[in-house]
Design a protein around this ligand. Structure first.
Ligand SMILES: [Zn+2]
Length: 412
């Protein structure tokens, strides 16, 4: 099979898609179900129809473009990503996986390949949390990680319910129907820019992802006793900020000593009440983000923190409440897909790095219902989510070529 990517066409399609934007070029802003998003969807669907793909959309607007296989009973092989973009983002995040996926399918068609399993391009709705405050909306519903009821309770920043907004955009079916049936996909592969600097630094053209990290986020409130900064003597104090400081260092220590480089923990917000120069802190609110590629290890850190709460509150006579806001499970990528990606790189003589995705993607959620893996290409200086995000035409085409080869292996 003679596979060739039409690099010029692929890059010009990426440029065209960037024109559907609410921001001035080179910035791209495409908020889910806004006018730019809807125009971009229509344009992509037309390109998929040109390629002879059969299109289906579900109740949340996930779009499936299918190249039918010779065995109608065999589960599909999926590829794809997202096209929504946060305010003032770039052209490549998500888009490389969607338009690169489409070009991979066209390259297979041109090469005369006939898939046994259907090959399906999937464009996920709202990977970015911009509008509804929750990332990976489409893939969470597809995988059953988010229930239809919980989705219906979501509101955008203008107070409009998700149900209202999606129906106005033309997606009117029942949200209950979004979850994929069992064994719908044999495998799912997402092509994506790395969004980090490692490939560029290591001078590797491709990254095969074998693990996807996931965050747990907590809100921690420390309640002590306020008072006058002059009048209350040190032995009588229950300073909430001093207690919170011990806690912050304990969180850092727990992550540093987990035994794995993949464990990271961050206290990103520290709010002090009443926040006056001559007032003892009475209450502190912390936001804690703990990430790992191993759920057990991440949960162990949370257990260590529980013990730390007890010891700090006993020593300092303060109260500590912790609320778990979210805890997505990390994923191990499907070994057969990881192997197929490595083999495809070898077939075309490309060096690659085996790596961990530290940002999370729709593939994290798809991995709950199907074996999934990702292929990374470098992006300049690791920049992403900013207008100067850049991936070279050669890197994009190389990614699409390896994706096509991998899809051929998986769909045969
Ligand atoms: Zn993305």
């Amino acid at each position: 099979m003679k596979l060739a990517i039409d690099q010029q066409r692929l890059v010009s399609e990426i440029e065209t898609l960037a024109e559907f934007s609410d921001a001035e070029p080179p910035a791209v802003t495409r908020i889910v179900f806004g006018p730019a998003d809807l125009k971009a969807r229509a344009w992509i669907k037309a390109r998929c129809k040109d390629a002879g793909l059969a299109i289906r959309e579900d109740a949340i607007g996930n779009t499936f473009a299918r190249w039918v296989g010779s065995d109608p009973l065999a589960p599909a092989v999926g590829t794809g990503s997202h096209t929504d973009a946060i305010p003032n983002a770039g052209k490549y995040d998500g888009v490389v996986g969607v338009l690169g996926g489409l070009e991979s399918i066209r390259a297979l068609q041109r090469a005369g390949f006939r898939p046994r399993h259907a090959i399906e391009l999937l464009i996920f709705t709202s990977e970015e949390p911009t509008r509804f405050g929750i990332g990976c909306l489409g893939s969470r519903l597809l995988s059953g990680t988010l229930s239809a009821d919980a989705a219906r309770r979501l509101k955008d920043n203008g107070g409009n319910s998700l149900d209202e907004v999606r129906q106005k955009a033309g997606f009117t079916a029942e949200l209950e129907q979004v979850k994929l049936p069992d064994a719908y996909y044999k495998a799912f592969v997402e092509l994506h820019i790395e969004q980090g600097p490692i490939l560029e630094r290591e001078r590797k053209p491709l990254g095969v992802v074998e693990k996807i990290a996931a965050p747990a986020s907590l809100r921690v409130i420390v309640e002590g006793q306020g008072g006058h900064a002059g009048a209350v003597l040190m032995p009588d104090r229950h300073d909430a900020l001093c207690a919170a400081s011990e806690l912050i260092l304990a969180i850092e220590h727990a992550a540093r000593t987990s035994g794995a480089i993949d464990t990271v923990a961050t206290v990103g917000i520290c709010e002090v009440f009443p926040g006056a120069v001559n007032s003892i802190p009475a209450r502190v609110r912390l936001s804690v983000d703990i990430r790992d590629t191993d759920q057990q290890r991440r949960d162990d850190i949370m257990r260590v923190l529980e013990q730390t709460y007890h010891s700090i509150s006993a020593n300092r006579q303060v109260r500590i409440h912790s609320e778990l806001l979210n805890a997505d499970a990390p994923a191990q990528c499907g070994p057969a897909i990881v192997a197929a990606l490595g083999q495809a790189c070898a077939t075309h003589g490309f060096d690659f790095l085996t790596m961990t995705s530290r940002a999370y993607h729709d593939s994290l959620f798809i991995s709950r219902v199907a074996p999934a893996a990702m292929l990374f290409i470098p992006c300049r200086l690791g920049y992403s989510h900013r207008p100067d995000e850049y991936a070279s035409p050669e890197d994009i085409a190389r990614g699409a070529l390896v994706l096509a080869e991998t899809l051929a292996t998986l769909a045969s």
